[in-house]
Design a protein around this ligand. Structure first.
Ligand code: MG
Length: 253
């Protein structure tokens, strides 16, 4: 009997803790006990409409200049043309790239393919440009309104990797919107990718790419490859089409 007293005491203590815990649980009710109060999301000022930059965004083009961008050829000022708050590819001057590099981000881009559709411009020759995330993963920009091409190369595609869920294209000459959410790939010490990049694309308000794993750099010829790196810029493609852009902003995540 003497030996059993420690076990008895332990049993009584367990019963007390259990009873007290149940009483507290009952007092606060189930809905309250599952509430989380910290950490509080950072307060930002939203734009007045979905296209306006929130207060914590970096504006990459506000209609005035391309100060946030350089030419990929030599790092000089871009030769793309700016007019009426819009900038347009200057064919033959090559891609432009942001001076700043990013990790994970949310990107807002408005773009427009040429209103005039020439009969000899079909498929990939019609309103082609592109938004290269980290400078190497292309979200295709293309006039995909009544314009057949390979589906993993149409507007909203992750070029030659992911077909968009919908074709939400507007008519040529109309402004279109991409909301892009990107998380960067992670590499181990040996340089092998252990977590791929993920991309979500909303095209004109419709989900086109839903958290898709990127297989590596988007290649026109050949297969995607990953090479270890840390951050990357946003690159816009000169594909010899007079594609225009306006209202571009980005938020680090
Ligand atoms: Mg392209």
């Amino acid at each position: 009997m003497r030996n059993s007293s420690p076990f008895l005491a332990l049993s009584l203590l367990s019963a007390f803790i259990y009873t007290t815990s149940c009483a507290q649980h009952d007092d606060k009710k189930t809905s309250v006990s599952s509430e989380t109060w910290e950490p509080q999301p950072r307060i930002i000022t939203p734009g007045n409409n979905p296209g306006n930059a929130p207060s914590d965004a970096l504006v990459l083009f506000d209609g005035a200049n391309l100060d946030q961008w350089v030419s990929v050829i030599d790092g000089s000022a871009p030769k793309w043309t700016i007019k009426d708050g819009v900038f347009t590819v200057a064919p033959g001057t090559k891609d432009i790239v942001t001076k700043k590099e990013f990790n994970d981000f949310q990107l807002h881009v408005e773009w427009r393919s040429p209103a005039e559709v020439k009969a000899d411009k079909t498929g990939q020759d019609r309103g082609n440009s592109g938004i290269f995330l980290h400078g190497q993963y292309e979200v295709q920009v293309l006039d995909s309104y009544d314009n057949k091409t390979y589906v993993n190369g149409q507007a909203g595609a992750i070029y030659k990797q992911h077909i968009p869920l919908v074709n939400a294209s507007k008519k040529p000459g109309e402004w279109q919107v991409y909301e892009i959410i990107f998380t960067a790939p992670h590499f181990n010490k040996e340089g092998r990718v252990i977590v791929p990049a993920y991309v979500t694309v909303i095209h004109n308000g419709a989900l086109a790419i839903n958290h898709a794993a990127v297989w590596g750099s988007t290649e026109n010829v050949g297969f995607p490859i990953y090479k270890t790196y840390e951050k990357g810029p946003i690159r816009l493609q000169d594909h010899q089409s007079l594609v225009s852009y306006r209202n571009i902003w980005i938020r680090d995540l």
